[in-house]
Write a protein that binds this ligand. Structure first.
Ligand code: SAJ
Length: 420
């Protein structure tokens, strides 16, 4: 018989994981402190947006394989997938991990498996999970199998990547790692690599830090190229023709709940040594202000001007606004006296200054800033936007528009990373 699994935390990772195990024949109890999430789930409904997840969840709830509760129940496997938010001082808030682990202490029995999926600072399993589990009457190292197996899925493609991506499992000992590997093999088609818990924790943070450091390099190059009056996007495109070079893309900053957050979990533990990681975070965090200053230079002054922003989500073609650098840009613009701000984002239903129609948003505007390169924007009639704007200035932060075409229409086209 298959193990009974208790998944703690029914968010972007916990819920798809719970649904995936359930659809592979396991009995799942999904736990969340939010009653709304639990009540919705027990009706087969979900409150997060992710392609195909609603259908999968409905099926496993109807078949009785997935049930939700506000409290954990005795199971054979416990998967901790609660949030690890970042505090004001850039340290990880581990309170949800701590309370989730505490909640299973009275339930665990000899032979159970405990998996931490939440992205966590290095040594979380060793320094937090294991000591808390020792509050049970068990001999933890002997009686339990404990591992960290970080999620690596990308929002928008979660169900596909849960199955297809390679996975790392880091155990407190080899037996733990192998047990957990076998469990994930029930649905993972990618390779599953086993190691120790701290290495697995560090791998997850390293992957996102790699991306952050490389984006910071691209952003720094963008600022340098502007000063040299050349185009960074050409520099990156041609440099990437080298077989061993893979530069990332510059932009208005790094958003989302992962890449802008995870590097701090390394810095937290090694503040003196993690110099490049800290600097990269600082460079990427400075980009909204850089875009703000560039906007001001284009118009001379932003006072009493109308500025339109196209796209405010943290990346293209999603509705997720978490940690979006464009929100920060908007906050900077809001400080300018007499400014009128207008926003159009086809993926966002509810936000201030929002206009449902792109042409209304751009009408009488002095400057249009392309914040996010949603594919849908390529359908816009730029001739019409040009005619309706007060001054036809564009600032493209993503190298999205066709410069020649826009200049041909008459726009004053400005590109982040390109000097005049
Ligand atoms: N960005 C750039 N330039 C680039 C690439 C991205 O400015 O060249 C910006 C994007 O605009 C966005 C931010 O970075 O604001 C992050 O977007 P992303 O698509 O790079 O990543 P996320 O945050 O959606 O998902 C990442 C993924 N990690 C890696 O690719 C190493 C994903 O696989 C992880 O599972 C996820 O973080 C996570 O949950 O940790």
């Amino acid at each position: 018989m298959k193990e009974k699994i208790c998944v703690l935390g029914l968010g972007y990772i916990g819920l798809p994981t719970a649904a995936m195990f359930a659809s592979n024949g396991f009995d799942i109890i999904g736990v969340d402190v939010n009653e709304k999430v639990v009540n919705a789930l027990n009706k087969g409904e979900i409150i997060i947006e992710e392609p195909y997840l609603d259908v999968m969840v409905r099926d496993v709830v109807v078949s009785g394989k997935l049930k939700a509760s506000v409290k954990p129940e005795v199971s054979d496997v416990y998967i901790i997938a609660v949030p690890t938010p970042i505090n004001e001082d850039k340290t990880a808030d581990m309170s949800y991990v701590i309370s989730a682990t505490r909640s299973i202490v009275p339930l665990v029995k000899k032979g159970d498996i405990i998996i931490l999926e939440s992205t966590s600072p290095p040594k979380t399993v060793e320094d937090i999970i294991v000591p808390i589990l020792k509050e049970s009457s068990l001999n933890v190292e002997e009686d339990l199998y404990i591992a960290h197996s970080p999620e690596r899925v990308i929002p928008g493609k979660i169900l596909f990547e849960l199955v297809e991506n390679n996975r790392i499992v880091g155990g407190i000992d080899e037996e733990s790692a192998l047990k957990v590997k076998k469990l994930y093999q029930s649905f993972v088609k990618g390779e599953i690599y086993t190691t120790n818990a701290t290495t697995a924790e560090m791998c997850k943070l390293t992957e996102n830090t790699f991306r952050d450091v490389n984006i910071a390099l691209a952003n720094e190059l963008a600022m340098i190229c502007e000063q040299m009056n050349i185009n960074v996007w050409d520099v990156i495109k041609f440099s990437n023709k080298h077989p061993r070079v893979n530069l990332h893309q510059p932009g208005p900053g790094v958003g989302g709940h992962c890449i802008a957050v995870d590097p701090w979990f390394i810095v937290e533990k090694f503040p003196e040594t993690a110099k490049m990681i800290t600097l990269s975070r600082t460079i990427n965090d400075s980009m909204p202000e850089y875009v703000f200053n560039k906007s001001r230079k284009i118009l001379g002054t932003l006072k009493d001007k109308k500025v339109t922003i196209l796209g405010i989500t943290y990346k293209p073609d999603v509705d997720d606004m978490r940690e979006s650098p464009i929100i920060e840009l908007i906050e900077l613009l809001e400080e300018v006296s007499g400014i009128t701000i207008s926003i159009h984002d086809p993926y966002v239903q509810d936000f201030k200054y929002l206009e449902k129609d792109i042409y209304t948003a751009c009408k009488d505007s002095d400057l249009v800033i392309l914040g996010v390169n949603h594919k849908l924007f390529s359908d816009a009639n730029m001739d019409r936007i040009y005619k309706d704007m007060k001054q036809a200035n564009i600032l493209d932060t993503r190298n999205f528009f066709d410069e020649k075409a826009l200049v041909g229409i008459g726009f004053n086209y400005n590109l982040l990373g390109k000097g005049k």
